[in-house]
Design a protein around this ligand. Structure first.
Ligand code: ZN
Ligand code: MN
Length: 130
């Protein structure tokens, strides 16, 4: 635990954690900022962003690099997979694990201990609307 300091629960951190609690929309910093603004108009974007980075560093948030335009955040840090819509950028969780065996010739000597799979495609709404 070297180098770890006690996590100070500031009002900013509490507000962001409250917004993210149970949130499955995988919001961006911009999304979080605009939601927080309604309740805490004094909070700047920089504060929101820095708070997200601090929470991420503490392992309390996952940062997802599934959207090349904006980082997305996931408050659920339990290992799970994602379904990603390439059109509307919706991100849906898959919590059920399933077998995905990597053949030995592809594993290149790695002992595989975990996986995080990102499936790309179209969500039902986008598929329906062409
Ligand atoms: Zn979609
Ligand atoms: Mn997720």
């Amino acid at each position: 635990m070297e180098g770890k300091t006690v996590f100070k629960m500031t009002p900013q951190r509490a507000a962001i954690l409250e917004y993210l609690d149970g949130n499955t929309s995988h919001p961006s910093a911009e999304d979080i900022y605009s939601a927080i603004q309604k309740k805490y108009p004094m909070m700047s974007f920089a504060t929101v962003y820095n708070t997200l980075e601090a929470l991420k560093a503490k392992g309390m948030l996952w940062e997802l690099n599934i959207d090349d335009q904006r980082k997305r955040y996931d408050p659920n840090t339990k290992l799970h997979h994602h379904l990603i819509c390439e059109k509307c950028r919706a991100v849906v969780d898959i919590f059920k694990d399933f077998d995905l065996t990597v053949p030995a010739d592809i594993a290149q000597g790695f002992m595989i201990t975990g996986k995080h799979v990102e499936f790309y495609g179209l969500c039902p709404d986008c598929a329906k609307n062409g």
